[in-house]
Design a binder for this molecule. Sequence first.
Ligand SMILES: [Zn+2]
Ligand SMILES: [Zn+2]
Length: 138
Amino acid sequence: MDGHDLYTPADFTNEEMESSSTARLVVLGGLGICKKCGAGEAQLDKHPTCESFKADKVRERVIEYLRGTADTLSAALIAFDAEDLEDDTEFLARLDGEIFNCSQCGWWCEIDEEASDDIDSDELVCVDCASEAEGVGA
Ligand SMILES: [Zn+2]
Ligand SMILES: [Zn+2]
């Protein structure tokens, strides 16, 4: 009942074929796109329902939003009206897999810029802060 509701070529008028890229993707490209949530193709396989797709989109946006800022996670979640994600382990694991909050400068950096091992730190530190710490120590 909450499953996706896919467009069919009959959903589009000739006019829409001219103006809508969704119409062209469905009719000419033969792609499956959901009317309700906008999920398409691989996203449909990954998310069985519109709710699941929409929730996923919010998660993605929160991560995109934090990337390259020094905002706190809770501020971002409030901004997206998604405060319950703060206790969502699946979301937190995904966040941890992509970006981290540097304990020194407070910026969110790509997870591959994490350099705590380089300076033997127990806290997550970005490469910039790690090289600074190294410079001071040496
Ligand atoms: Zn849908
Ligand atoms: Zn840093």
